[in-house]
Write a protein that binds this ligand. Structure first.
Ligand code: ATP
Ligand code: MN
Ligand code: MN
Length: 382
């Protein structure tokens, strides 16, 4: 199935830098991503198809002449000549050569001089038009899939979901949201737009996302994508024994009569390889959604709510790494900050953390500004 994450899109090459000692490659910057490209293939200002890491490209030899891979092509974080490279660039004109399955397509390219928008018409039974402008999503056109990791979904690879799966799940409640943390590389303008904002920085834990909510007397537990039914069988799963049994979260929320959803990461044995080496399952809250106001709580509001329900943020929140302004910093500084070991209490020593998450301490345009910075040290090890 094609990914719902936007993995390939059209953007501008904003910079090209030589690599010392390299004759055939150079470093291009697209948005906040740095990626190795063939030297001389692009000039600054060119539109290009940028393909993000975690992409699985269809057999490549069809439309990139100098690559002969016959199988799917994985886009990962790599290091070449001491240079980090993330993603892959495809010249716009190569889209014209895209075979798009076995269809006998006829392509032509038109340029609308006024708007700078290029349109690629693919003529088969019905004519389809692919608009080529900054931001155009070509993930589906190219047929890119996401390299599967073990989290999210119904919990593939996470044994804590086994017991629940057999018992069925219901749809994710419509009054809640499934949050995604966008990558700072896709939002490089934040570095200026939010230069004065104070951000709470927390560690991004690697487990599985679990939501516990109370809404007008109704309570429930959800995985990333489903509400989990509470039955005699599922009650024995680590999810329920930890959140309901040990922490008693649903009752606490119900008694406080607040319409909120705690969103946290469940970590420990049987979850994502238990990278922290924990002897027992733990639940660490990373966000609180305010159902009546349709927005996430700020850090002070979160601490308040946790106090109200008698679970201290310091003990039950994700590891806190400080308050930081991003003004005056470079994007590369934000990426470097992500490198390092996990600060989770009780973790075995020297576990490389996946990354860090920034959340504004105050509201901007009535919402919390947030983004993630994934550790390149971690990505290279993976
Ligand atoms: P991917 O998009 O690569 O599948 P992902 O599944 O980890 O990554 P993201 O959108 O990258 O999802 O990040 C958000 C998820 O990260 C949350 O759903 C939550 O499960 C997890 N998380 C762990 N620690 C934190 C934290 N400190 N703040 C926010 N989210 C966190
Ligand atoms: Mn995601
Ligand atoms: Mn995750």
């Amino acid at each position: 199935e094609v990914s719902d994450r936007q993995l390939a899109y059209v953007h501008k090459i904003i910079d090209l830098e030589p690599i010392v000692g390299a004759d055939v490659i150079e470093i291009a910057t697209v948005l906040g991503w740095r990626v190795i490209v063939k030297k001389g293939l692009y000039k600054v200002g060119d539109l290009v198809v940028y393909v993000e890491i975690d992409s699985l490209l269809p057999p490549w030899n069809y439309f990139i002449s100098d690559r002969l891979d016959k199988c799917n092509f994985k886009i990962k974080t790599i290091k070449m000549r001491g240079q980090l490279s993330q993603g892959y660039c495809i010249p716009i004109k190569e889209l014209l050569n895209h075979p798009h399955k076995q269809l006998k397509a006829v392509y032509h390219e038109e340029e609308n001089i006024d708007s700078g928008v290029k349109e690629i018409h693919r003529v088969d039974r019905e004519e389809t038009v692919l608009k080529i402008e900054i931001g155009s999503n070509v993930t589906e056109f190219i047929g890119i899939k996401k390299i599967q990791d073990h989290h999210g979904g119904g919990g593939g690879g996470n044994n804590i979901f086994k017991r629940i799966k057999s018992n069925g799940m219901s749809p994710f409640p419509s009054f809640l949201v499934k949050s995604d943390q966008p990558r700072i590389q896709n939002l490089p303008h934040y570095m200026e737009t939010y230069e004065d904002v104070e951000f709470e920085v927390t560690e991004k834990l690697e487990g599985s996302s679990i939501t516990a909510y109370h809404n007008n007397g109704k309570t429930g537990i959800c995985s990333r994508n489903y509400e989990l039914k509470h039955t005699t069988e599922t009650a024995e799963s680590e999810i329920f024994t930890t959140l309901v049994g040990r922490l008693d979260i649903l009752k606490r929320l119900e008694e406080a009569k607040i319409n909120v959803a705690l969103q946290g990461e469940i970590i420990g044995p049987k979850i994502q390889g238990n990278i922290y080496g924990l002897p027992e399952t733990q639940y660490k809250v990373y966000d609180i959604y305010l159902i009546d106001s349709n927005r996430y709580a700020t850090q002070p509001e979160r601490v308040d709510i946790m106090n109200t329900i008698g679970l201290k943020w310091d003990d039950h929140g994700v590891p806190f790494l400080g308050v930081h302004k991003i003004g005056g910093k470079k994007l590369s500084d934000i990426l470097d900050m992500a490198n390092g070991f996990s600060q989770l209490k009780g973790s075995k020593p020297k576990v490389l953390r996946e990354g860090i998450v920034f959340k504004s301490n105050t509201l901007r345009h009535d919402r919390v500004i947030h983004f993630k910075s994934i550790s390149n040290q971690y990505l290279l090890k993976k």
